[in-house]
Design a protein around this ligand. Structure first.
Ligand code: KG4
Ligand code: ZN
Length: 350
């Protein structure tokens, strides 16, 4: 029998300082996510300089805890994966530099991983303590990558082969949740708070507008700035029941419904055009209960979501994806750069 491979994954692209040990690209042996949310909540958004300073302070302890919970010594590691792009540059550099030093000192194979591909890999991970694991997802499938910085509908032909079909032409969907929430003082970050408020709200209280983006090269594209403006500045114009008192739950539910409808309209067009019937979601917004329910209701599709704790940023998706490059014998040079953005992701990626 082949030896099992333990890969350490390190993630520090935004405000989560995370590390994990994953066996054979699938089995999560440990996953530590130290979130900076309470620190940035006071500013209602991530402050990049504070984020990188906190990563510098925390990363050693986070990695140590991941190794200790997995019961793995550094000498037992078969490889190390780290997020190198895209993200906040200062934050990326902390994880990347730490990982390079670790790999060099211990002579461990080192691979720099793409954060977006990792989000779309998250649903392939499994908890070894659970026996009812779903079968691995076969390629090709449609990817729905929805987070605070990205909103992408793509075709995935392999773990490293992504073709962007549509993307946002302005704000990301998670960003829209965060901005609406911040405007109304609902809380930070906005996604989970709006999701919760919406449970008791009327999604039809407001008839917020959908973007008119369905022609030509914009067939699968998304746009959130119009919805954001409508919810924040033109609310009364779109109110359906003018006699009823204004409830924040209704604003949350109506906004969330429209935000998800925008995603699904483009996604379902891609389903029809490509004939692909498997949809794999990833990214923080993939935790949204309304999105999960609506996609779950489509009996004709196989819709796969990572468990909520693997939707947001984590080290396990980095380790899991890194494994596949490492078993192909790929290594990244210790001169690898961090990149805040990945160029030309509109039509081809990476
Ligand atoms: O993937 P992620 O942790 O970080 C990025 O790579 O951006 O995503 C964070 C985003 C935030 O905008 C947050 O508001 C959103 O995911 N989010 C949600 C939910 N939970 C987190 N959006 C909608 N519904 C949720 N339940
Ligand atoms: Zn992310």
């Amino acid at each position: 029998m082949l030896e099992k491979m333990n890969i350490l994954g390190i993630e520090s692209s935004c405000d989560e300082c995370a590390a994990a040990v994953v066996e054979d690209g699938t089995w999560i042996r440990s996953s530590i996510v130290a979130t900076q949310i309470p620190i940035h909540a006071v500013y209602k958004g991530v402050v990049p300089e504070i984020a990188s300073r906190k990563h510098t302070e925390w990363i050693y302890a986070v990695v140590q805890e991941a190794l200790s919970q997995a019961g793995v010594e550094p000498a037992d590691l078969d490889g190390l994966g780290v997020t190198a792009r895209p993200g906040l540059l200062g934050s990326l550099l902390v994880g990347l530099s730490f990982a390079k030093a670790f790999a060099w000192a211990r002579d461990i194979p080192f691979i720099a991983v793409d954060h977006l591909l990792a989000h779309l890999y998250a649903s392939q991970l499994a908890d070894p303590s659970k026996t009812d694991q779903a079968a691995p997802v076969a390629y090709p499938f449609l990817g729905l990558l929805v987070s605070g910085g990205h909103s992408i509908i793509c075709r995935m032909d392999a773990f490293d082969t992504l073709t962007v079909l549509g993307t946002t032409i302005d704000d990301a969907v998670g960003e829209a949740f965060d901005k609406v929430s911040s405007h109304y003082g609902f809380g930070y970050p906005g996604g989970a708070v709006i999701d919760k408020l919406a449970q008791t709200g009327d999604p039809l209280a407001f008839n917020f507008p959908l973007p008119k983006l369905y022609k030509g090269e914009h067939r699968y594209d998304l746009s959130y700035s119009g919805l954001k403006t409508a919810v924040i500045n033109q609310r009364e114009q779109f109110r359906r029941k003018s006699a009823s008192p204004l409830r924040q739950e209704d604003i949350a539910a109506s906004f969330q419904k429209t935000a998800v409808d925008i995603l699904l309209r483009s996604l379902f067009r891609a389903v029809e055009d490509t004939g692909l019937r498997t949809v794999v979601a990833g990214g923080g917004v993939a935790a949204n209960s309304y999105l999960r329910r609506l996609l779950g209701e489509r009996q004709d599709l196989r819709c796969i979501f990572p468990p909520p704790e693997l939707c947001g940023d984590n080290g396990a998706m980095i380790a899991g994806l890194g494994y596949h490059y490492l078993i192909r014998g790929e290594r990244s040079p210790l001169t690898t750069q961090a990149c805040a953005r990945v160029k030309a992701f509109k039509r081809s990626y990476p």
